[in-house]
Design a protein around this ligand. Sequence first.
Ligand code: AMP
Ligand code: GLY
Length: 439
Amino acid sequence: MKVLVIGSGGREHAIAWKLLQSARVKTVYVAPGNGGTALDGRLHNLPLSDFNELAEFAVREKIALTVVGPEGPLAGGIVDFFRARGLRIFGPTQAAAQLESSKAHAKAFMARHQIPTASYEAFTDGAAAHAYVDAHGAPIVIKADGLAAGKGVVVATTLAQAHEAIDWMLGTDGAANTLGVQHNAGADGQAQPRVVIESFLEGEEASFIVLCDGKNVVPLATSQDHKRLLDGDEGPNTGGMGAYSPAPVVTPEVHARAMREVIMPTIRGMEKDGINYTGFLYAGLMIDSQGRVKTLEFNCRMGDPETQPIMMRLKSDLVDVLMAATDPHATVPLQDVELQWDRQSAVGVVMASHGYPASSRSGDVISGLPADGEDAMVFHAATKEDGSHVVTSGGRVLCVCALGGTLKLAQQKAYEALNHIQFDGMQFRRDIGYRAIQR
Ligand code: AMP
Ligand code: GLY
Protein backbone atom coordinates (compact mmCIF):
# COMPACT_ATOMS: atom_id res chain seq x y z
CA MET A 1 0.00 0.00 0.00
CA LYS A 2 0.93 3.66 -0.29
CA VAL A 3 0.95 5.90 2.77
CA LEU A 4 1.34 9.63 3.21
CA VAL A 5 2.98 11.41 6.13
CA ILE A 6 2.27 15.10 6.59
CA GLY A 7 5.00 17.29 8.06
CA SER A 8 8.66 18.15 7.67
CA GLY A 9 10.34 17.57 11.01
CA GLY A 10 12.38 14.91 12.74
CA ARG A 11 9.19 13.35 14.07
CA GLU A 12 7.87 12.89 10.54
CA HIS A 13 11.18 11.47 9.30
CA ALA A 14 11.02 8.91 12.14
CA ILE A 15 7.37 8.03 11.43
CA ALA A 16 8.09 7.61 7.71
CA TRP A 17 11.18 5.50 8.46
CA LYS A 18 9.13 3.25 10.74
CA LEU A 19 6.23 2.92 8.28
CA LEU A 20 8.72 1.80 5.60
CA GLN A 21 9.63 -1.21 7.74
CA SER A 22 6.18 -2.68 7.21
CA ALA A 23 5.96 -5.47 4.64
CA ARG A 24 2.56 -4.04 3.70
CA VAL A 25 3.98 -0.68 2.64
CA LYS A 26 5.27 -0.13 -0.86
CA THR A 27 5.68 3.64 -0.91
CA VAL A 28 5.80 6.39 1.70
CA TYR A 29 5.23 9.98 0.61
CA VAL A 30 6.20 12.82 2.95
CA ALA A 31 4.61 16.24 2.44
CA PRO A 32 6.63 18.37 2.35
CA GLY A 33 9.44 16.32 3.96
CA ASN A 34 13.02 17.50 4.45
CA GLY A 35 16.59 16.85 3.33
CA GLY A 36 16.68 13.53 5.17
CA THR A 37 13.50 12.17 3.65
CA ALA A 38 14.81 13.35 0.26
CA LEU A 39 18.08 11.43 0.76
CA ASP A 40 16.28 8.15 1.51
CA GLY A 41 15.58 6.62 -1.89
CA ARG A 42 12.53 4.79 -0.55
CA LEU A 43 10.78 7.96 0.61
CA HIS A 44 9.23 10.53 -1.73
CA ASN A 45 8.93 14.18 -0.81
CA LEU A 46 5.83 16.00 -2.01
CA PRO A 47 5.97 19.79 -2.16
CA LEU A 48 2.36 20.20 -1.02
CA SER A 49 0.70 21.75 2.02
CA ASP A 50 -2.69 22.89 0.71
CA PHE A 51 -5.38 20.54 2.08
CA ASN A 52 -7.18 20.34 -1.24
CA GLU A 53 -4.03 19.46 -3.18
CA LEU A 54 -3.08 16.87 -0.56
CA ALA A 55 -6.53 15.27 -0.65
CA GLU A 56 -6.54 15.24 -4.46
CA PHE A 57 -3.14 13.57 -4.40
CA ALA A 58 -4.41 10.98 -1.88
CA VAL A 59 -7.39 10.16 -4.11
CA ARG A 60 -5.35 10.04 -7.32
CA GLU A 61 -2.58 7.88 -5.86
CA LYS A 62 -4.94 5.65 -3.85
CA ILE A 63 -3.20 6.48 -0.57
CA ALA A 64 -4.38 3.87 1.94
CA LEU A 65 -3.53 5.89 5.05
CA THR A 66 -2.42 9.42 5.89
CA VAL A 67 -0.63 10.16 9.15
CA VAL A 68 -0.36 13.74 10.37
CA GLY A 69 2.73 14.75 12.36
CA PRO A 70 2.49 18.39 13.44
CA GLU A 71 -0.21 20.36 15.23
CA GLY A 72 -0.61 23.05 12.56
CA PRO A 73 -2.58 21.03 9.99
CA LEU A 74 -4.52 19.29 12.79
CA ALA A 75 -5.60 22.60 14.30
CA GLY A 76 -6.43 23.68 10.74
CA GLY A 77 -8.85 20.76 10.35
CA ILE A 78 -7.01 18.46 7.94
CA VAL A 79 -8.58 15.36 9.50
CA ASP A 80 -12.11 16.70 9.00
CA PHE A 81 -11.18 17.69 5.44
CA PHE A 82 -9.84 14.24 4.51
CA ARG A 83 -12.65 12.34 6.21
CA ALA A 84 -15.27 14.42 4.42
CA ARG A 85 -13.73 13.08 1.20
CA GLY A 86 -13.79 9.48 2.42
CA LEU A 87 -10.01 9.36 2.95
CA ARG A 88 -8.48 7.39 5.79
CA ILE A 89 -6.38 9.60 8.05
CA PHE A 90 -4.98 9.20 11.56
CA GLY A 91 -5.20 12.27 13.79
CA PRO A 92 -7.66 14.29 15.85
CA THR A 93 -10.35 16.46 14.30
CA GLN A 94 -10.12 20.23 14.54
CA ALA A 95 -12.47 20.26 17.53
CA ALA A 96 -10.35 17.64 19.33
CA ALA A 97 -7.11 19.41 18.46
CA GLN A 98 -8.19 22.44 20.50
CA LEU A 99 -6.82 20.55 23.50
CA GLU A 100 -3.46 21.73 22.21
CA SER A 101 -4.22 24.81 20.18
CA SER A 102 -5.83 26.67 23.08
CA LYS A 103 -4.32 26.49 26.56
CA ALA A 104 -7.39 28.26 27.97
CA HIS A 105 -9.65 25.63 26.38
CA ALA A 106 -7.45 22.80 27.74
CA LYS A 107 -7.46 24.24 31.27
CA ALA A 108 -11.23 24.68 31.25
CA PHE A 109 -11.61 21.12 29.93
CA MET A 110 -9.41 19.74 32.73
CA ALA A 111 -11.31 21.69 35.38
CA ARG A 112 -14.64 20.42 34.02
CA HIS A 113 -13.53 16.77 34.00
CA GLN A 114 -11.48 16.79 37.23
CA ILE A 115 -8.21 16.08 35.50
CA PRO A 116 -5.33 17.01 37.83
CA THR A 117 -3.50 20.16 36.72
CA ALA A 118 -2.09 23.38 38.22
CA SER A 119 -4.65 25.91 39.45
CA TYR A 120 -5.03 28.78 37.00
CA GLU A 121 -6.93 31.73 35.61
CA ALA A 122 -7.14 33.07 32.04
CA PHE A 123 -6.95 36.79 31.15
CA THR A 124 -7.34 39.05 28.14
CA ASP A 125 -7.09 42.18 30.30
CA GLY A 126 -3.55 43.23 31.22
CA ALA A 127 -4.43 45.07 34.44
CA ALA A 128 -6.31 42.05 35.81
CA ALA A 129 -3.44 39.73 34.86
CA HIS A 130 -0.88 41.97 36.57
CA ALA A 131 -3.04 42.15 39.70
CA TYR A 132 -3.42 38.34 39.76
CA VAL A 133 0.34 37.89 39.62
CA ASP A 134 0.87 40.47 42.40
CA ALA A 135 -1.66 38.65 44.56
CA HIS A 136 -0.11 35.20 43.99
CA GLY A 137 3.60 36.00 43.93
CA ALA A 138 6.47 34.18 42.21
CA PRO A 139 7.38 31.59 41.06
CA ILE A 140 4.43 31.58 38.71
CA VAL A 141 3.88 30.42 35.14
CA ILE A 142 2.61 32.62 32.29
CA LYS A 143 1.38 30.96 29.08
CA ALA A 144 0.30 32.52 25.81
CA ASP A 145 -3.00 31.06 24.61
CA GLY A 146 -2.39 29.85 21.07
CA LEU A 147 0.10 27.72 19.17
CA ALA A 148 3.55 29.11 19.88
CA ALA A 149 6.04 26.39 18.85
CA GLY A 150 7.14 25.86 22.44
CA LYS A 151 8.00 29.52 22.98
CA GLY A 152 4.79 30.70 24.61
CA VAL A 153 5.55 29.68 28.20
CA VAL A 154 7.50 31.69 30.75
CA VAL A 155 8.27 30.10 34.11
CA ALA A 156 8.77 33.36 36.03
CA THR A 157 10.95 33.11 39.10
CA THR A 158 10.47 36.79 39.92
CA LEU A 159 7.46 39.11 39.79
CA ALA A 160 9.31 41.37 37.35
CA GLN A 161 9.67 38.46 34.88
CA ALA A 162 5.99 37.64 35.28
CA HIS A 163 4.91 41.23 34.55
CA GLU A 164 7.20 41.42 31.55
CA ALA A 165 5.82 38.13 30.18
CA ILE A 166 2.24 39.36 30.51
CA ASP A 167 3.11 42.53 28.61
CA TRP A 168 4.63 40.80 25.63
CA MET A 169 2.09 37.99 25.50
CA LEU A 170 -0.87 40.31 25.62
CA GLY A 171 0.84 42.01 22.75
CA THR A 172 0.67 45.60 23.95
CA ASP A 173 3.90 46.08 22.02
CA GLY A 174 3.19 43.45 19.35
CA ALA A 175 6.07 41.30 20.61
CA ALA A 176 4.06 38.08 20.85
CA ASN A 177 3.18 38.32 17.19
CA THR A 178 6.79 38.76 16.14
CA LEU A 179 7.66 35.65 18.18
CA GLY A 180 5.09 33.67 16.22
CA VAL A 181 2.30 33.12 18.76
CA GLN A 182 -0.91 32.44 16.83
CA HIS A 183 -3.64 34.06 18.88
CA ASN A 184 -6.99 32.32 19.07
CA ALA A 185 -10.12 34.21 18.12
CA GLY A 186 -12.19 36.07 20.71
CA ALA A 187 -15.99 36.20 20.79
CA ASP A 188 -16.01 38.60 17.82
CA GLY A 189 -13.96 36.19 15.70
CA GLN A 190 -10.92 38.49 15.76
CA ALA A 191 -7.58 37.12 16.98
CA GLN A 192 -7.34 38.06 20.62
CA PRO A 193 -4.25 37.77 22.80
CA ARG A 194 -5.00 35.85 25.99
CA VAL A 195 -2.77 34.51 28.76
CA VAL A 196 -3.20 31.61 31.14
CA ILE A 197 -1.51 32.17 34.50
CA GLU A 198 -0.98 29.10 36.63
CA SER A 199 0.70 27.98 39.81
CA PHE A 200 4.24 26.66 39.62
CA LEU A 201 4.52 22.87 39.95
CA GLU A 202 7.56 21.06 41.25
CA GLY A 203 8.68 17.62 40.19
CA GLU A 204 10.04 15.79 37.17
CA GLU A 205 8.44 16.01 33.75
CA ALA A 206 7.60 13.11 31.48
CA SER A 207 5.93 12.81 28.10
CA PHE A 208 3.02 10.38 28.20
CA ILE A 209 1.90 9.55 24.68
CA VAL A 210 -0.95 7.24 23.68
CA LEU A 211 -2.82 6.45 20.52
CA CYS A 212 -6.55 6.32 20.44
CA ASP A 213 -9.33 5.29 18.06
CA GLY A 214 -12.01 7.33 19.83
CA LYS A 215 -12.60 4.74 22.55
CA ASN A 216 -9.65 2.41 23.03
CA VAL A 217 -6.28 3.61 24.14
CA VAL A 218 -2.86 2.09 23.52
CA PRO A 219 0.02 3.70 25.41
CA LEU A 220 3.34 4.16 23.65
CA ALA A 221 6.65 3.57 25.44
CA THR A 222 7.39 6.23 28.03
CA SER A 223 9.77 9.08 27.26
CA GLN A 224 11.22 12.33 28.50
CA ASP A 225 12.63 15.30 26.66
CA HIS A 226 15.01 18.08 27.62
CA LYS A 227 13.31 21.40 26.87
CA ARG A 228 16.13 23.76 27.88
CA LEU A 229 18.87 24.78 25.46
CA LEU A 230 21.90 24.21 27.67
CA ASP A 231 23.47 21.39 29.67
CA GLY A 232 22.11 20.90 33.16
CA ASP A 233 18.65 22.03 31.98
CA GLU A 234 19.71 25.69 31.91
CA GLY A 235 19.00 28.44 29.42
CA PRO A 236 15.89 29.24 27.40
CA ASN A 237 13.05 26.82 26.65
CA THR A 238 13.13 25.21 23.22
CA GLY A 239 10.97 22.73 21.33
CA GLY A 240 13.21 20.01 22.82
CA MET A 241 16.98 19.46 22.64
CA GLY A 242 16.90 15.69 23.07
CA ALA A 243 14.81 12.83 24.39
CA TYR A 244 15.01 9.25 25.53
CA SER A 245 12.86 6.22 26.13
CA PRO A 246 11.99 4.65 28.50
CA ALA A 247 11.59 7.25 31.25
CA PRO A 248 12.46 5.65 34.60
CA VAL A 249 10.42 8.29 36.49
CA VAL A 250 7.32 6.63 35.01
CA THR A 251 7.25 3.62 37.29
CA PRO A 252 4.46 1.07 36.80
CA GLU A 253 2.53 2.88 39.58
CA VAL A 254 2.95 6.28 37.93
CA HIS A 255 1.97 4.74 34.60
CA ALA A 256 -1.22 3.29 36.05
CA ARG A 257 -2.01 6.59 37.72
CA ALA A 258 -1.44 8.59 34.53
CA MET A 259 -3.78 6.27 32.63
CA ARG A 260 -6.44 6.33 35.37
CA GLU A 261 -6.31 9.99 36.35
CA VAL A 262 -5.30 11.76 33.15
CA ILE A 263 -5.59 9.77 29.92
CA MET A 264 -8.87 7.89 30.41
CA PRO A 265 -10.73 10.88 31.93
CA THR A 266 -9.52 12.94 28.97
CA ILE A 267 -10.81 10.48 26.36
CA ARG A 268 -14.07 9.99 28.28
CA GLY A 269 -14.37 13.73 28.90
CA MET A 270 -14.01 14.39 25.18
CA GLU A 271 -16.71 11.79 24.51
CA LYS A 272 -19.02 13.53 27.00
CA ASP A 273 -18.32 16.79 25.20
CA GLY A 274 -19.40 15.09 21.99
CA ILE A 275 -15.92 14.62 20.52
CA ASN A 276 -14.36 11.28 19.63
CA TYR A 277 -10.65 11.63 20.22
CA THR A 278 -8.79 9.85 17.45
CA GLY A 279 -5.05 10.16 16.94
CA PHE A 280 -2.02 10.51 19.14
CA LEU A 281 -2.53 12.23 22.46
CA TYR A 282 0.44 13.54 24.37
CA ALA A 283 0.05 14.54 28.00
CA GLY A 284 2.97 16.51 29.42
CA LEU A 285 3.05 15.36 33.04
CA MET A 286 4.68 16.73 36.16
CA ILE A 287 5.41 13.89 38.59
CA ASP A 288 6.14 14.88 42.18
CA SER A 289 8.32 13.06 44.70
CA GLN A 290 5.30 11.06 45.93
CA GLY A 291 4.52 9.82 42.42
CA ARG A 292 1.48 12.11 42.10
CA VAL A 293 0.74 13.26 38.60
CA LYS A 294 -0.41 16.64 37.28
CA THR A 295 -1.02 17.61 33.66
CA LEU A 296 1.10 20.46 32.33
CA GLU A 297 -0.29 20.43 28.82
CA PHE A 298 -1.85 18.33 26.12
CA ASN A 299 -0.54 17.97 22.61
CA CYS A 300 -2.70 16.41 19.94
CA ARG A 301 0.28 14.75 18.25
CA MET A 302 3.42 12.85 19.13
CA GLY A 303 6.31 14.77 20.65
CA ASP A 304 9.32 15.99 18.74
CA PRO A 305 12.00 14.80 19.58
CA GLU A 306 10.32 12.08 21.74
CA THR A 307 9.00 10.31 18.63
CA GLN A 308 12.49 9.63 17.35
CA PRO A 309 13.70 7.44 20.28
CA ILE A 310 10.22 5.93 20.63
CA MET A 311 10.19 4.82 16.98
CA MET A 312 13.69 3.37 17.43
CA ARG A 313 12.24 1.07 20.11
CA LEU A 314 8.96 0.12 18.43
CA LYS A 315 9.11 -3.47 17.19
CA SER A 316 5.47 -3.85 16.13
CA ASP A 317 4.31 -2.92 12.66
CA LEU A 318 3.16 0.70 12.89
CA VAL A 319 0.94 0.32 9.82
CA ASP A 320 -1.00 -2.55 11.44
CA VAL A 321 -1.61 -0.44 14.52
CA LEU A 322 -2.69 2.66 12.65
CA MET A 323 -4.94 0.66 10.30
CA ALA A 324 -6.60 -0.89 13.37
CA ALA A 325 -7.00 2.56 14.89
CA THR A 326 -8.71 3.95 11.80
CA ASP A 327 -10.98 1.03 10.96
CA PRO A 328 -14.05 0.27 13.07
CA HIS A 329 -14.21 -3.17 11.36
CA ALA A 330 -10.50 -4.01 11.69
CA THR A 331 -9.66 -7.73 11.84
CA VAL A 332 -7.52 -6.92 14.90
CA PRO A 333 -9.35 -4.11 16.71
CA LEU A 334 -7.28 -1.59 18.65
CA GLN A 335 -8.23 -3.01 22.05
CA ASP A 336 -6.47 -6.26 21.07
CA VAL A 337 -3.31 -4.57 19.92
CA GLU A 338 -0.34 -4.78 22.22
CA LEU A 339 2.72 -2.94 21.09
CA GLN A 340 6.08 -4.71 21.29
CA TRP A 341 9.04 -2.64 22.41
CA ASP A 342 12.75 -3.25 22.18
CA ARG A 343 14.02 -3.83 25.72
CA GLN A 344 16.96 -1.61 24.89
CA SER A 345 16.90 2.10 25.66
CA ALA A 346 17.00 4.81 23.02
CA VAL A 347 18.51 8.29 23.22
CA GLY A 348 18.10 11.08 20.66
CA VAL A 349 20.30 14.19 20.67
CA VAL A 350 19.13 17.27 18.77
CA MET A 351 21.62 19.35 16.82
CA ALA A 352 20.35 22.91 16.36
CA SER A 353 21.50 25.74 14.15
CA HIS A 354 23.24 28.98 15.03
CA GLY A 355 20.96 31.36 16.92
CA TYR A 356 18.33 28.79 17.98
CA PRO A 357 15.87 29.21 19.71
CA ALA A 358 15.68 33.02 19.33
CA SER A 359 16.37 32.70 15.59
CA SER A 360 17.87 30.12 13.26
CA ARG A 361 20.39 30.18 10.47
CA SER A 362 19.88 28.41 7.18
CA GLY A 363 22.33 27.35 4.50
CA ASP A 364 25.12 25.89 6.64
CA VAL A 365 26.55 22.81 4.91
CA ILE A 366 26.28 19.61 6.97
CA SER A 367 29.10 17.08 6.70
CA GLY A 368 29.85 13.73 8.27
CA LEU A 369 26.34 12.28 8.10
CA PRO A 370 26.73 8.53 8.71
CA ALA A 371 25.05 5.79 6.73
CA ASP A 372 21.96 4.49 8.53
CA GLY A 373 23.07 1.87 11.00
CA GLU A 374 21.35 -0.91 12.84
CA ASP A 375 21.59 0.89 16.13
CA ALA A 376 22.08 4.54 15.21
CA MET A 377 19.89 6.72 13.03
CA VAL A 378 20.09 10.38 12.12
CA PHE A 379 16.60 11.78 11.70
CA HIS A 380 16.56 15.07 9.83
CA ALA A 381 14.38 17.99 10.82
CA ALA A 382 15.33 21.38 9.37
CA THR A 383 17.52 20.31 6.46
CA LYS A 384 17.26 20.50 2.72
CA GLU A 385 19.18 19.26 -0.28
CA ASP A 386 21.22 21.92 -2.03
CA GLY A 387 22.95 20.48 -5.06
CA SER A 388 25.23 17.74 -3.76
CA HIS A 389 25.05 19.08 -0.18
CA VAL A 390 22.60 18.86 2.67
CA VAL A 391 22.24 22.25 4.38
CA THR A 392 20.50 23.59 7.48
CA SER A 393 17.10 25.18 6.90
CA GLY A 394 15.82 26.12 10.35
CA GLY A 395 16.23 25.76 14.10
CA ARG A 396 16.33 22.10 15.08
CA VAL A 397 18.39 20.51 12.32
CA LEU A 398 18.98 16.84 13.18
CA CYS A 399 18.21 14.30 15.88
CA VAL A 400 20.92 11.68 16.29
CA CYS A 401 19.45 8.53 17.85
CA ALA A 402 20.91 5.29 19.13
CA LEU A 403 19.80 2.14 20.93
CA GLY A 404 21.81 0.60 23.75
CA GLY A 405 21.46 -2.03 26.44
CA THR A 406 21.24 0.75 29.03
CA LEU A 407 20.45 4.45 28.75
CA LYS A 408 24.12 5.17 29.36
CA LEU A 409 25.17 2.91 26.46
CA ALA A 410 22.53 4.40 24.19
CA GLN A 411 23.78 7.86 25.13
CA GLN A 412 27.38 6.91 24.34
CA LYS A 413 26.42 5.51 20.95
CA ALA A 414 24.35 8.55 20.05
CA TYR A 415 27.25 10.87 20.85
CA GLU A 416 29.70 8.65 18.93
CA ALA A 417 27.55 9.06 15.82
CA LEU A 418 27.03 12.77 16.51
CA ASN A 419 30.76 13.47 16.85
CA HIS A 420 31.25 12.86 13.11
CA ILE A 421 28.67 15.45 12.11
CA GLN A 422 29.69 19.05 11.53
CA PHE A 423 28.08 22.31 10.50
CA ASP A 424 28.91 25.92 11.26
CA GLY A 425 27.16 27.26 14.33
CA MET A 426 25.90 23.85 15.49
CA GLN A 427 24.56 23.68 19.04
CA PHE A 428 23.79 20.55 21.00
CA ARG A 429 23.69 19.40 24.59
CA ARG A 430 26.28 16.96 25.89
CA ASP A 431 24.11 15.52 28.66
CA ILE A 432 20.89 14.19 27.10
CA GLY A 433 19.51 11.55 29.43
CA TYR A 434 21.61 12.53 32.46
CA ARG A 435 18.71 12.73 34.89
CA ALA A 436 17.51 9.24 34.08
CA ILE A 437 21.04 7.84 34.06
CA GLN A 438 21.61 9.25 37.57
CA ARG A 439 18.50 7.59 38.94
P1 AMP B 1 3.84 23.70 28.33
O1 AMP B 1 3.99 24.12 26.89
O2 AMP B 1 2.57 24.15 28.94
O3 AMP B 1 4.14 22.25 28.55
O4 AMP B 1 5.05 24.41 29.10
C1 AMP B 1 6.38 24.33 28.63
C2 AMP B 1 7.30 24.00 29.79
O5 AMP B 1 7.17 24.98 30.82
C3 AMP B 1 6.96 22.70 30.47
O6 AMP B 1 7.54 21.63 29.80
C4 AMP B 1 7.53 22.93 31.85
O7 AMP B 1 8.93 22.73 31.85
C5 AMP B 1 7.25 24.37 32.09
N1 AMP B 1 5.97 24.53 32.82
C6 AMP B 1 4.76 24.70 32.26
N2 AMP B 1 3.80 24.80 33.21
C7 AMP B 1 4.42 24.71 34.40
C8 AMP B 1 3.98 24.73 35.75
N3 AMP B 1 2.70 24.94 36.09
N4 AMP B 1 4.90 24.57 36.73
C9 AMP B 1 6.22 24.41 36.42
N5 AMP B 1 6.70 24.38 35.17
C10 AMP B 1 5.82 24.52 34.15
N1 GLY C 1 9.09 17.86 22.82
C1 GLY C 1 7.93 18.56 23.20
C2 GLY C 1 6.86 18.59 22.21
O1 GLY C 1 6.88 17.92 21.21
O2 GLY C 1 5.91 19.32 22.44
